[in-house]
Write a protein that binds this ligand. Structure first.
Ligand SMILES: Nc1ncnc2c1ncn2[C@@H]1O[C@H](COP(=O)(O)OP(=O)(O)OP(=O)(O)O)[C@@H](O)[C@H]1O
Ligand SMILES: [Mg+2]
Length: 159
């Protein structure tokens, strides 16, 4: 599955995050890739909004991992928002326990996921955001497994 959309503002990126959030359920792992300042956190905040996170979601740049309560399909779940930018070696993924969050009651959103490549499940959704500054953003949703194609069709977006 591959879907490309465009965003002309942080607000529009947040809305794409909300649409994505409305599709997410427990066990999902979403990788948010893209340049510095491309809008990964803005998109994650939109997803959190759709998942009924009630506290402000701030960037996990320094905390690396932030966990929130959320809700999807009437179920109480955890939303885990990570930012792996500051990691230096793939082994640190094990040290900070990233894989512990790949579980049924948790939805994971991972910024700067590249260093964790060898540790990720097969059925991730990749969201890649290209562009920064005042440029429009190109947002590409891509998957290689799972039922992401079906879920995105449910959004009825013209592609
Ligand atoms: N179309 C757009 N989509 C998203 N953000 C935009 C857009 N246009 C401008 N911006 C601005 O770009 C910045 C994006 O910041 P954000 O923290 O979401 O990026 P990020 O990809 O998470 O960065 P980092 O790699 O540092 O974590 C914000 O200041 C936002 O207002
Ligand atoms: Mg960020």
């Amino acid at each position: 599955m591959e879907l490309t959309v465009w965003s002309k503002s942080a607000q529009e990126t947040n809305l794409w995050g909300q649409r994505l959030g409305s599709l997410l359920c427990g066990g999902d792992v979403v990788c948010l890739a893209g340049d510095l300042g491309s809008g990964k956190t803005a998109l994650a905040q939109g997803a959190g909004r759709a998942l009924k996170v009630t506290v402000p979601m701030t960037s996990p740049t320094f905390t690396l991992i932030q966990e929130y309560y959320c809700e999807s399909g009437g179920k109480e779940l955890h939303l885990v928002h990570m930012d792996l930018y500051r990691l230096q070696e793939p082994e640190e993924i094990e040290v900070i326990g990233v894989m512990d969050y790949f579980r049924e009651e948790t939805i994971c959103l991972i910024e700067w996921p590249e260093i964790a490549l060898d540790y990720l499940p097969d059925d991730i959704l990749e969201v890649r955001i290209e562009g920064n500054g005042e440029m429009p953003r190109k947002i590409t949703f891509r998957s290689w497994g799972g039922d992401w194609g079906e879920r995105f069709r449910g959004l009825k977006i013209e592609t």
